[in-house]
Every structure is written in structure tokens, then in C-alpha cells.
Ligand binder design. Structure first.
Ligand code: ZN
Length: 328
């Protein structure tokens, strides 16, 4: 029984890590060995997008109640948060286009109010691929940072994964954008949308439900494993740290802190993550400014003290070192 239990537990652990991976390892495909992984050259870029969408068609969406009117939705791609109420439903991020009908059904179970507003945390397609369907079929109005619209409207490349992405269709694009911050008053709550510059990308915002005390940090927070930093669309490790600090500044001990990927967190989890990022960045900065090459820094294993806790996600420690080194 023990070995069975262990096997199942480690499978679930793997599955949840893989489910948290960026574009390519949705839960349904999660297998320790067969999952596509993030080795940059092992799968054609189109395959990664296709796999994400294929999984989106069959992967269940788990619902976790955060507050009476706030829910965490976890399927393929980034974590979503839904708010319900008399003004209509607000949703943060949109999963895969192929998950649209399942997402619509799931939202239907949360209450009778119509879909009204979709907010994107950033431009990456594992957070925006469902936009067009929510707009066209459910009438969602879409808001995001202006860089999110600009990036979605044009072809993009995520160089680290050798991933080339075409422009999104017009109906997927945010209809209203902002630069620094935006404040909404919806369903008897105050909702702050705040830009975090040069963090995971150059398009990231956090969404803070002030009364509900729920904070969605987008991909500036990966809960429990090394985060991806998308240098080719403006991400930097120091921006990630500043973004985590901005999230920490509006959180308290009772805040439900939602990461872009990984399990629901709290202020302590976010603080641990922030401290890991800062410690790693400081060590690598020292080595880099001392003239060490990327290979030398990787060989020095600057993350060794963190790998047992943070190195079991989609990014291998040496890949995380590379992202930090190149964005410092
Ligand atoms: Zn992302």
C-alpha cells in the first residue's frame, strides 16, 4: 500500500507541477517522462500550442470557493478568478480557446448573472486564448494593460521556447486598456488593476479585490517552483521582485493570493517566493558583475540551496539561472 500511495502521490505532484507549466504541459498530459517539457528544441513550437489546445478540450475545470462571490478556476493554462454578482460576472484570464464551452458551463454553475467583463493578467496565450470565445459567445468586454493589447495585436516570439505566435483575432483583443492603474467598482467591491513593469513580461498587472481580500498576481507569482521570465517580451528578474513587492504591499494575513500557476497561496507563500527570487538574483548578480560567463555561473550552482523546494517545476534550475542571468 505504501508504494502505491507514494507512486500516486508523486504522480499527482508531477501532474500539478506540469499543469502549472507555461504552455506545453497541461494536466491531462502530465507524465513525468513523456510530457513535452521545456527543452527549447525538443518540440516544434506549433506542437506546444496544439497540445495546450488539445488538452483544453478535455481537461476538467476545478472550482475552489474563495469568498461568497469569488472563485478560483483551474483548468489548462493560468489560474482564473471569477467574481459573481448583480452587475454580472467578472473573469480574470481565459484559458484555452478549446476550453470555452466547458468554461461557460462552469461559470454558469456559479450563479445566474451574465458574463460581463474579462480582465487579462498579461498577454501570454495560456491566459488569453479563450478571449475571442468569451467575447463573441458570452458578450464579455475585455480589459488589460495597453501592452497586452499591443502584443496580442502583433506577431510575437518567445525566444526561450523558440515559440512564434501569430497576431490574435480582433475579437480577442482588449477593448479597453490602461497604462498605470485602473479602479473598478463592480458587484459591491472595489477592484484595483495595477501595472507591474518589466516583470514576467512588459504586460503584467495584478488584480486586487479590496473588499473580498483576494489578490490575483498573474505570472509574477509562481507558487512553489521557479518562475518563467519572458525576456523576449520585456520580462526581468528585478521587475519580478518589484512586482512581488507590490503584491505583498496590498496583502495581509487573510488575503487569498492567487498565483498565475500553482496552488492557491497566501501572503507567507508569496513572501517566501519573493525572498527566493531576491536571494538568487543577488548571488547571480555578484557572479555576473565579477565577470563570470553564463556557463560558469550555471556551474557554480547558485540556486543549490533552493532546488529541493523550488526546482521540481517545469523549469530546471539551470534554466532558471539562465533566465535570471540574462535579464540582470
Ligand atoms: Zn505567462
Amino acid at each position: 500500500m505504501h508504494s502505491h500511495e507514494v507512486t500516486r502521490r508523486s504522480f499527482l505532484r508531477q501532474a500539478s507541477w506540469a499543469g502549472a507549466a507555461l504552455f506545453f504541459a497541461p494536466r491531462a498530459f502530465a507524465r513525468p517522462i513523456q510530457q513535452p517539457g521545456i527543452e527549447p528544441n525538443t518540440a516544434a513550437p506549433a506542437d506546444r500550442l496544439q497540445q495546450f489546445r488539445t488538452a483544453g478540450a478535455t481537461t476538467p475545470i476545478q472550482v475552489t470557493k474563495l469568498r461568497d462571490t469569488l472563485f478560483l478556476l483551474q483548468g489548462v493554462g493560468g489560474n482564473m478568478v471569477a467574481q459573481t454578482g448583480p452587475d454580472g460576472k467578472l473573469l480574470i484570464d481565459s484559458s484555452a480557446a478549446t476550453a470555452a464551452s466547458r468554461l461557460k458551463d462552469t461559470l454558469g454553475t456559479l450563479g445566474p448573472h451574465p458574463m460581463k467583463l474579462l480582465v487579462n493578467t498579461h498577454w501570454h496565450f495560456d491566459h488569453t486564448d479563450g478571449n475571442a470565445a468569451l467575447h463573441d459567445n458570452s458578450g464579455a468586454f475585455i480589459m488589460a494593460h495597453e501592452n497586452t493589447r499591443n502584443r496580442m495585436a502583433t506577431a510575437q516570439e518567445i525566444a526561450f521556447f523558440h515559440l512564434k505566435l501569430p497576431p490574435s483575432p480582433t475579437s480577442a483583443l482588449p477593448q479597453e486598456t490602461f497604462i498605470d492603474k485602473e479602479k473598478l467598482f463592480i458587484n459591491n467591491d472595489e477592484i484595483d488593476l495595477v501595472y507591474m513593469p518589466d516583470a514576467h513580461t512588459d504586460t503584467d498587472i495584478y488584480i486586487h479585490f479590496v473588499g473580498g481580500n483576494v489578490l490575483h498576481c498573474g505570472d509574477v507569482f509562481f507558487n512553489g517552483f521557479y518562475p518563467f521570465i519572458d525576456a523576449s517580451t520585456g520580462g526581468t528578474v528585478n521587475g519580478m521582485i518589484r512586482g512581488a513587492d507590490a503584491c505583498l504591499a496590498v496583502a495581509d494575513d487573510k488575503t487569498k493570493v492567487v498565483p498565475g500557476h500553482g496552488p492557491l497561496g497566501d501572503k507567507d507563500a508569496l513572501q517566501k517566493y519573493r525572498d527566493m527570487l531576491a536571494t538568487v538574483a543577488t548571488s547571480i548578480e555578484k557572479l555576473k558583475s565579477g565577470g563570470q560567463s553564463l556557463d560558469q555561473v550555471i556551474a557554480a550552482k547558485p540556486t543549490a540551496g533552493f532546488d529541493a523546494d523550488w526546482g521540481k517545476g517545469a523549469l530546471k534550475p539551470e534554466q532558471f539561472v539562465e533566465l535570471v542571468y540574462t535579464t540582470l
